[in-house]
Design a protein around this ligand. Structure first.
Ligand code: FE
Length: 232
């Protein structure tokens, strides 16, 4: 399996390229509109056909590259079950499996950052955690129907119960980290370690973060699979 972690520095977003080199087919998880050219160049250089763009959730901090990639490559866009994106080709349900050659991805419903959010368990040894779990952090829960109690349950019951060596690949990092493990996060993630559900809710409800710069354009655009202008 080919696995690449790609970064958008403006939004600190990680996009993941996962491919079966024998089949020469690929999946992009959480592509960013401004990086579509980079992604297409890499696909071409590696001689890969893009089959799917997979979203962990409807993002508020960047516009998805899925719509553009779909136009350019004919790939299919997949969003989590219940996500407000009727333009998507397919929704993926909790525990549903997406297979592409030697790649096996199982969706794990991990709501809380947004009401509809999936982590993707990759070949039973890594998890793309989206904005549910970051390295020593987690996604915010103060907009897009976020709910701190639900995020606590998702992380502690769905993610922390995976084997400790499972690799953790988040959708963002703001401090230069790239990968962690479930065991490491269980022990050292300051948002969860030593905090019960009520303590976590209280902490999250007092973060007082500014809205993401692109929120007003990103959410409506992402509900249209990344289309930035809607015909009048
Ligand atoms: Fe997000």
């Amino acid at each position: 399996m080919l696995f690449r972690q790609l970064f958008d520095s403006e939004s600190s977003t990680y996009t993941y390229l996962i491919a079966d080199p024998k089949l020469k087919e690929a999946i992009l998880v959480d592509p960013v509109l401004e990086q579509v050219e980079r992604d297409c160049r890499l696909l071409k250089e590696l001689d890969l056909t893009l089959r799917y763009c997979l979203e962990t959730h409807i993002h508020a901090d960047h516009i998805t590259g899925t719509g553009k990639l779909r136009e350019l490559t004919g790939c299919r866009g997949i969003v989590p079950d219940q996500a407000q994106a009727s333009c998507a080709d397919r929704q993926i349900q909790d525990l549903e499996i997406l297979e592409l050659g030697e790649i096996v991805i199982q969706a794990i419903a991990t709501p809380g950052h947004t009401d509809s959010h999936m982590a993707y368990h990759l070949n039973n040894n890594a998890v793309l955690t989206g904005d549910s779990l970051f390295i020593r952090g987690c996604g915010r829960t103060d907009f897009q129907s976020g709910d701190a109690g639900i995020l606590y349950d998702s992380v502690t019951q769905q993610l922390f119960t995976l084997p400790a060596p499972t690799l953790v690949y988040p959708a963002h990092d703001y401090r230069g980290c790239t990968v962690s493990t479930m065991g490491e996060e269980l022990r050292w993630n300051p948002r969860f370690a030593g905090r019960d559900r009520n303590g976590f809710i209280d902490f999250m409800n007092h973060l007082d973060l500014p809205d993401p710069k692109k929120m007003m354009e990103a959410v409506p655009a992402n509900e249209q699979c990344g289309r930035t202008s809607v015909a009048a």
